[in-house]
Write a new protein. Structure first.
Length: 251
């Protein structure tokens, strides 16, 4: 069988089985509108509507899975609390590596992922040092909440779990990591600059590879903590570091 009995709520078993096809359905259900909204945010400079998608992702385990299903995907107390801080620090380190690679190759240009994300996100240029902490604090809190919880519950949680029974934990992580990485092309790779769109091929490919690799770190942190909380904290650590590099290295 492609699913374990009792993982999917009875409401959904009339239409789906908890297998890879259901996981792909969720990737498209959330991925397509999120992709479009992020592209629009790159033009408007506000992520308000994109944050709604992240917020809706928070509820995917509770809407689609039973209590048994939620426990199966790691929505439970961590088995190793001392590893939670390690997970957060691994997220920070992963971000530092990605930032270092892009800075080495592209300096502070629009081919640098963090530079483009900061400009498309409406970060004001020329901030005085006295204002940086204020803007950093305003930006870092939602970035550590909305996408880390929403994306990890969806990708490392419900989507990952839908692939596990057929492919196993490690191979399933390749599928959810690939979906995560490709979705992030909306954040960087498809570039909007001076009123025009273009696809920055090599930086985009590097970005996808980096996001896939970072996803693998998040997955390993989930295993390390025996809970999806490890992945959430690693993701939060990555976003915390990204905001730090944007505010204190780029601007």
């Amino acid at each position: 069988m492609d699913m374990d009995d009792g993982l999917l709520r009875s409401l959904w078993t009339r239409f789906f089985r908890y297998n890879w096809a259901f996981g792909l359905f969720l990737v498209l259900l959330f991925g397509i509108p999120r992709f479009v909204l992020v592209l629009e945010a790159n033009v408007s400079g506000t992520y308000n509507f994109a944050f709604i998608i992240f917020f809706l992702m928070w509820f995917t385990p509770f809407v689609f899975l039973t209590k048994k299903g939620r426990k199966k995907i790691g929505l439970k107390r961590p088995g190793h609390y001392r590893h939670l801080l390690v997970s957060f620090l691994l997220g920070v380190l992963s971000c530092a590596v990605v930032f270092g690679i892009f800075t080495l190759l592209y300096q502070i240009t629009l081919d640098h992922a963090f530079v483009y994300i900061s400009r498309s996100g409406g970060v004001p240029s020329g901030l005085a040092d006295s204002d940086k902490l204020i803007y950093f604090s305003i930006a870092v809190i939602p970035s550590m909440l909305f996408s880390p919880i929403g994306e990890e519950f969806l990708y490392r949680g419900v989507v990952h779990g839908s692939f596990v029974n057929r492919f196993g934990e490690v191979k399933a992580s390749f599928f959810d990591s690939l979906a995560f990485a490709l979705t992030h092309l909306a954040h960087f790779g498809i570039i909007y600059d001076a009123g025009y769109w273009h696809f920055s091929v090599l930086p985009a490919l590097l970005w996808v590879v980096c996001m896939f690799s970072v996803s693998q770190v998040f997955f390993r942190c989930k295993l390390l903590c025996d809970s999806i909380t490890g992945a959430v904290l690693a993701h939060a650590g990555f976003n915390f570091a990204m905001m730090y590099f944007i505010f204190y290295w780029i601007y």
